[in-house]
Design a protein around this ligand. Structure first.
Ligand SMILES: Cc1cc2nc3c(=O)[nH]c(=O)nc-3n(C[C@H](O)[C@H](O)[C@H](O)COP(=O)(O)O)c2cc1C
Length: 161
């Protein structure tokens, strides 16, 4: 089973989870990159991430280095922005959904609101019913509690994939 973990992360939470998933699954891994960098909530300059999601404007993302069509399973990770799936993830699915093969799994980090709704958006945008999903609060990532949940997620994927 050839597996790719692909994720976007602005402030590092989803990256931590994505890298651990890739390590546990022995998968290839790639971070979704933006053509034009965005600033986050803790950035003293303009909150471009917030502005974009508030206005519903999708950012341009760079082409992936990995070929999605070569992978039996793609594990996609993102986060909640403005009560919805983040705009870079929406842009990813818009550009790449057709290239996804049979199996997909999704993971998500969020501040505490609308995690399940964002996973539902991932399902809808990809056209794939995920074999497993993982929703983590950013406080779980910061405290280290995400490790056990992430392990359970990867075990489930290994059983089902
Ligand atoms: C622009 C913006 C909007 C956000 N909106 C929400 C939100 O509506 N609900 C929520 O639970 N968290 C929200 N968050 C928090 C992120 O989902 C959370 O910090 C997530 O772990 C960030 O992932 P990252 O560190 O991989 O970028 C928002 C963060 C940003 C930057």
């Amino acid at each position: 089973m050839k597996t790719l973990v692909v994720y976007f992360s602005l402030t590092g939470n989803t990256r931590k989870v994505g890298e651990l998933i890739a390590e546990k699954l022995g998968a290839d891994v790639e971070e979704i990159k933006l053509v034009k960098a965005m600033s986050g909530m803790n950035d003293p300059r303009i909150f471009t991430s917030f502005l974009g999601c508030f206005l519903g404007k999708l950012p341009k993302i760079k082409p992936l280095e990995h070929n999605l069509g070569e992978y039996d399973l793609v594990v996609v990770g993102g986060q909640v922005w403005c009560f919805s799936l983040s705009t870079p993830l929406k842009a990813f699915f818009k550009k790449n959904s057709e290239k996804l093969q049979e199996k997909a799994a999704f993971f998500l980090t969020h501040g505490g609101m609308r995690g399940r709704a964002a996973i539902n958006t991932m399902t809808k945008s990809s056209g794939k019913t995920p074999i497993a999903t993982l929703i983590l609060k950013e406080e779980d990532v910061k405290s280290g509690d995400y490790e056990k949940k992430t392990e359970e997620f990867t075990e489930k994927i290994s059983e089902l994939a």
